[in-house]
Design a protein around this ligand. Structure first.
Ligand code: GLP
Length: 242
């Protein structure tokens, strides 16, 4: 695992944007795994700027998001599809047909999960998977007790995650209780992983993720098994690492 510490959150997001841009320029057909969450907003803003000012071209790029809430339609403003539209898809030259998220309203959720796995495989696997981290250490929505070889499936969200994401829904009562998420095994199969974490509130979990023992209770620890994983943190998020 390669850990890169940047002085602040802006610098960390800029570095991750540069790493993504470098891979995309080297391979315009890049299969890019995407993540959501507040941390990613400044990163996507940087990529949008690079598209506008430096002609970063997404026209041949294909994207797969990590997860989506169960029960939300793609038009729901709280869906991750809409999040991606607001922060990236609607602002760069990605072909909408090349952007993939699990369908949270699929009539058969298990079939939707296998279909998502097959689609990733059909396009040769994920070249670069972007990741954030939840307060309890999830990647995607791989909540505690996620098997290290798990595949795309439905997971129930834990109270910690519900509390963390409730502000976006205007309260925990309005939040979906389940999500479709790529599995830990799915994530580990991507050719390269790139995790971005910033801020004091991620310091304790980042120390565990990077330095702690590998455990299904903290799915981010599984990244220690990945041959090519880069972690970019700001000083605040690195402050509890040895
Ligand atoms: C959600 C996503 C995760 C993401 C996390 C981080 O739970 N499913 O993939 O890592 O948010 O959120 P934030 O950046 O808001 O701390």
């Amino acid at each position: 695992m390669e850990v890169i510490i940047q002085p602040n959150a802006d610098a960390a997001a800029l570095l991750v944007a540069r790493l993504i841009a470098k891979e995309l320029r080297a391979n315009p057909h890049l299969v890019l795994g995407l993540a959501t969450g507040r941390t990613m907003e400044s990163l996507y803003a940087r990529l949008v700027r690079m598209h506008r000012e430096e002609r970063l071209d997404f026209s041949l790029c294909r994207t797969f998001n990590l997860d989506e809430y169960v029960g939300l339609s793609p038009d729901d403003p709280h869906s991750y599809r809409q999040y991606m539209h607001r922060h990236l898809f609607g602002q760069v030259n990605l072909d909408p047909r090349n952007t993939h998220l699990p369908h949270g309203q699929a009539p058969d959720l298990d079939a939707e999960c296998s279909h998502y796995e097959q689609l990733i495989e059909k396009f040769g696997g994920i070249d670069l998977q972007l990741l954030g981290i939840g307060r309890a250490g999830h990647i995607g929505f791989n909540e505690p007790l996620s098997a290290l070889r798990s595949r795309t499936r439905v997971k129930a969200l834990t109270p910690v995650t519900l509390a963390q994401n409730a502000p976006m829904f205007g309260g925990v009562e309005q939040m979906p209780r389940r999500a479709i998420t790529m599995g830990v095994g799915t994530i580990l199969e991507s050719h390269r992983c790139l995790l971005l974490a910033t801020g004091e509130e991620k310091a304790a979990i980042m120390a565990k993720a990077v330095e702690g023992p590998i455990t299904g209770m903290i799915s981010a620890t599984a990244l220690q098994l990945h041959p090519r994983c880069t972690v970019v943190v700001d000083e605040a998020a690195a402050s509890q690492m040895q």
